[in-house]
Design a protein around this ligand. Sequence first.
Ligand code: ADP
Ligand code: MG
Length: 314
Amino acid sequence: MSEFGFIEGIKKLFSSLPERGFEGIGDDCAVLDIGGGESLVFTVDTLAEDVHFLRASSSAYEIGAKSLAVNLSDVAAMGAEPVASLLSLSLPADACGEWAGEFMRGYHALSEQWGVALAGGDTTSSKTGITISITAIGRVRNEHIKRRSAAVAGDVVMVCGELGASAAGLRDILDGDTDTPFAIVHRNPVPQIEEGRWLGAHKEVHAMMDLSDGLASDLIHILKASHTGAEIETANIPCATDTATAVCGGEDYKLLFTVAAASAESLQREFALRFGYAPSVVGRILPVSEYGEEICWLENGVRIFPDWQGFSHF
Ligand code: ADP
Ligand code: MG
């Protein structure tokens, strides 16, 4: 079974239970309306040693910052402001002392940078490597929430920044080169928190998510949630290296979003004035009648059929 098949099964099994004010499983964060026109959003992400990081090739400080960063990225992807986190740590004996102290310093530095409180957590021992699980909580005005389900046929598809650098960096690290420019990007992901809030405040932005598993896999989540298709022009993808790495590589943590076509250019201009770079137009959303909930890949306008799949854990 695929990771996504497993999650679909969970969704079905629990569908008869009361939602208790929460929007159901499937977006970057769960959403809870708290009244007064505001919602809280919740996300949890786990990093396992030797799956998400190698102790030998990242410092404990970097792992501390990265494990919070990937959660804040999911909060940003909803258009929300991160406000707090909960931290659960399972530590083997050889990571309890200095490693844990450095980890917390990295976690603290990123928390301080974004004004995110540490609201609680859990600490246990481990017999099988380090496991870090973090819940991040964000706050957002209801009309600023960006869901994966809001893409509309005709929307322009945009990404915020270059893709593939993190995957190229992972390749370098696995080849034993832990200090290449790409490896440094891989070890130090930057959540696009200000970009996410800014895009959240723009109503011409429809659907949004963050790219954690690669465009080829993540865009499909928007297409399924929105019941649309998309065409993507590979020549327009801002690639850090080759196209396949940019499209299939994980852990870029760049925002992927769709914009009403009539507002696309002005949004790019305004965004560039605010952030000093423009998001890239990589394609457009199609009615589901064209190719189903699938991506039609183009190379300079001609349809191609690459075997591109994003990252899946199973
Ligand atoms: P992301 O990459 O944004 O962290 P995921 O691909 O991990 O999102 O998860 C997709 C959706 O499935 C999310 O809404 C997440 O909350 C939900 N999900 C994943 N695993 C589980 C699980 N074990 N139990 C309940 N929901 C899950
Ligand atoms: Mg996400």
